[in-house]
Design a protein around this ligand. Structure first.
Ligand SMILES: NC(=O)c1ccc[n+]([C@@H]2O[C@H](COP(=O)([O-])OP(=O)(O)OC[C@H]3O[C@@H](n4cnc5c(N)ncnc54)[C@H](OP(=O)(O)O)[C@@H]3O)[C@@H](O)[C@H]2O)c1
Length: 299
């Protein structure tokens, strides 16, 4: 694999990138990198105010940055469909789609359409989004899905996938959603490769990076104190975004690659938990996700 710093040599001046959840944390740092290096970046945000603030911040550093703010709430089918319509209106060809947005370990809640929120936003929202944008992807497009090492704690129980029968665990659902991101990556990559397409589908995780993911504002001061202590020793959002950036730009990438952080080389290839490599798990998740979302992919 090439070195992270060598990515700077890649000409991005004709590259169009879509990043979900780009107003904060890793998504923001990823958008910032692409903007500095000349790509056109479609930054999605569910809040117009936060989105505008993020664009302003990047423009302060890179006044000629090519940034487009787009509204997208992955907890709403209507919003995902509106976003897709906007992208289709402009017939924008997408070279890199980064499915980054996410929520972590939140109390039980449903999305606008009745999905458990973490599975709904982190997995099903991106599953739907990617299907709707499919015809806009360029021939050699790259899709990057954000997973997490928390996928290792995840399980796929399709009889109670969204905790319809109870037993909700906020971390259990988060790790299930992150395992789903990885299983989906491999399942989609397999299908794409089999279809003869040159689109490459990969996953990334940041290790642990200090981002908005850790401030839900709903914790006791006692717990937050320990979280703050822990956060003092973890990576910055800028470093945390490096595996995502490498996943998006690695010229030798093949579908199914899983990029993670490394102290020496900044980014390395990681190994998914065994279940993620299981064809049965991939097919089951695929069938479940199609059944719930009713979206179609062209293979
Ligand atoms: N930070 C870590 O250590 C870590 C570790 C492993 C994996 N990850 C993964 O990295 C990704 C990025 O997280 P982060 O750490 O950068 O956290 P973050 O700073 O909280 O950023 C998350 C982004 O997702 C957006 N988002 C949340 N709910 C959304 C929704 N319903 N629709 C659209 N966008 C929504 C947020 O928007 P708002 O600002 O409006 O909330 C924000 O822009 C996530 O997928 C996460 O699971 C992070």
């Amino acid at each position: 694999m090439i070195q992270f710093n060598d990515l700077k040599q890649i000409d991005l001046s004709h590259t169009k990138v879509v990043i979900t959840g780009a107003n904060n944390g890793l998504g923001f740092e990823t958008a910032r990198y692409f903007a500095i290096n000349g790509a056109q970046v479609f930054m999605t945000s569910r809040s117009e105010e936060k989105g505008k603030a993020a664009i302003l911040k990047i423009k302060e550093e890179t006044p000629n940055a090519k940034l487009v703010l787009m509204s997208l709430d992955l907890a709403s089918i209507k919003s995902i469909e509106n976003f897709s319509r906007e992208m289709h209106k402009n017939k924008t060809k997408i070279d890199i789609l980064i499915n980054n947005a996410g929520i972590m370990a939140v109390p039980y809640a449903l999305t606008e359409d009745g999905y458990e929120s973490q599975i709904g936003v982190n997995h099903l929202g991106h599953f739907r989004l990617t299907a709707l944008l499919w015809d806009l992807l360029s021939d050699k497009a790259r899709i990057v899905n954000l997973s997490s090492m928390a996928h290792k704690q995840g399980s796929l129980n399709f009889t109670n996938f969204m905790y319809e029968k109870g037993g909700y665990s906020s971390f259990g659902s988060y790790s299930r959603s992150k395992l789903s991101n990885l299983v989906y990556t491999i399942a989609l990559g397999r299908r794409v490769t089999f279809s003869g397409s040159h689109i490459v589908v990969v996953a990334a995780h940041p290790g642990v990076a200090k981002t908005g993911l850790f401030d839900t504002g709903k914790r006791s001061k006692f717990i937050q104190f320990f979280i703050n202590l822990f956060l003092a020793s973890v990576s910055s959002a800028e470093d945390g975004a490096k595996p995502t950036i490498m996943a998006a730009l690695d010229p030798q990438a093949i579908s199914g690659n899983f990029y993670g952080p490394d102290k020496k080389t900044m980014v390395k290839l990681d190994t998914p938990k065994r279940i993620a490599l299981s064809k049965q798990a991939q097919d089951d998740l695929w069938a479940y996700s199609v059944d719930i979302t009713k979206v179609t992919y062209p293979f």
